[in-house]
Design a protein around this ligand. Structure first.
Ligand code: ADP
Ligand code: MG
Length: 393
């Protein structure tokens, strides 16, 4: 059963209060006991259980009574909380079509009151491995659902902070508008990912712009780590915009050289294959590039004058600290290990399957929240922003 997109409009203040209570309870519980939800929600006229049943019907929470009677958020529930908070902040008031499905995200158009269209990225960290991890149900099941929410939130915060800092330093990135939970709002980039662009008028100019950007990033202390034809957007004027930042690392990372070389190699390979470019011509006298180039024309990491820590201040100002970065890296590595442990194990059951599918487009697409509706469903803001899954208890 798929949820009607309009449900968000009809969810009441109490519905959101209880949904937020489940989220808060998840800071300390994988499955939040019903009594705790009731205590956190403190509904004036009671009826938490009835509200929970309604949320369950709309797949915003998942019911679990294996150890005790309790609930946890689904991705869809988490989506709704983030969307509602951003709508209440006046960032946008309608959700449009889905414009991208990344490995680890869903991207939608969202519309502001004045008609401006923005892009909304909902992070789904670990989606690819979700099934595999969940198959270790006995001891990982609930824990992993909590972890993925937490990881997705950290990834969104990181992406927002990096985008903002890069924008301030004149990099060609989308404009970072706002961020809540696992959701980042940014300007809509015109054009298409490089991989979808059949023809370029000036492939050499585009190539040089892209390589110059990788080098400049390293000069600013950063490596993209997923720099390829999927994460580079090209508009009609062949202007380049770089997207997708949650995996960026510092040039002081132990594997920095390898990540840098890999990013560079991706671009070289792509242009060699798609545009038949050969790179001898870029040796030494290449125009835009001011660094040493090896015998096949690659920029050398060791030759770049790197200023690591240059963006640290900006990043911290956006709320993403070194500690967050370390933690995110550790968590991702830990989860990836678990993933490879369980890759060859059985598949998830129907319920898990539903949980994954329920985060699906149809429920969010064409969500129109008129002013009236927004006011109608505006909840208790105190409950909204201050407490999120994954906050320190
Ligand atoms: P993932 O981390 O899942 O790869 P991306 O940030 O790369 O997510 O986004 C996936 C796709 O969504 C992109 O390839 C692009 O087509 C589209 N997209 C992402 N951000 C924007 C944006 N700001 N404007 C327009 N399209 C975007
Ligand atoms: Mg991507």
């Amino acid at each position: 059963m798929k949820l009607d997109v309009n449900v968000l409009r009809y969810l009441s203040k109490d519905d959101f209060r209880v949904l937020t209570a489940v989220e808060m309870g998840m800071r300390n519980h994988e499955i939040v006991p019903c009594e705790l939800i009731d205590r956190i929600a403190r509904l004036k006229h009671g009826g938490t259980y009835k509200v929970l049943k309604n949320l369950l019907k709309h797949k915003l929470v998942h019911h679990d009574s294996s150890k005790y009677d309790g609930f946890r958020l689904t991705y869809l529930g988490y989506d709704f909380l983030a969307i509602k908070t951003l709508v209440n902040r006046g960032i946008f008031n309608g959700v449009g079509r889905q414009i991208g499905v990344g490995k680890e995200s869903d991207i939608f158009e969202v519309v502001k009151e004045d008609g401006t269209v923005l892009a909304m990225k909902l992070h789904r960290l670990g989606r690819v491995s979700f099934r595999a991890v969940k198959s270790k149900r006995d001891y990982l099941r609930h824990r992993s659902s909590y972890n993925w929410l937490y990881l997705s939130r950290l990834a969104a915060l990181k992406e927002f902070a990096f985008m903002k800092a890069l924008e301030e330093h004149g990099f060609p990135v989308p404009q970072a508008v706002d961020c809540n939970r696992h959701c980042v709002i940014m300007s809509l980039v015109p054009g298409y990912p490089l991989v979808q662009v059949r023809e370029l008028q000036n492939p050499d100019v585009v190539f040089e712009t892209i390589i110059a950007a990788v080098i400049r990033l390293a000069e600013h202390g950063l490596i993209h780590c997923d720099f390829n034809e999927f994460n580079i957007m090209i508009d009609d004027d062949e202007k380049v915009t770089i997207i997708d930042f949650p995996q960026m690392v510092s040039v002081s990372h132990p594997n920095a050289q390898m990540y840098f070389d890999r990013d560079v190699e991706c671009i070289y390979k792509f242009f060699a294959k798609r545009y038949n470019m050969s790179f001898e011509e870029y040796e030494n006298d290449s125009d835009g590039l001011e660094v040493e180039i090896d015998e096949v024309g690659r920029p050398q990491f060791s030759e770049i004058n790197k200023n690591s820590g240059f963006l640290d201040k900006e990043l911290a100002a956006s709320g993403f600290t070194r500690k967050d970065q370390d933690e995110l890296e550790k968590l991702i590595e830990g989860e990836l290990e678990k993933q490879s442990d369980s890759d060859d194990e059985g598949t998830a059951d129907e319920e898990d399957e539903e949980d994954i599918n329920n985060t699906n487009v149809k429920q969010l697409e064409s969500l129109d929240l008129s002013k009236e509706d927004v006011n109608h469903q505006a909840g208790d803001d105190k409950h909204d922003d201050n407490h999120q899954v994954g906050d320190e208890p």
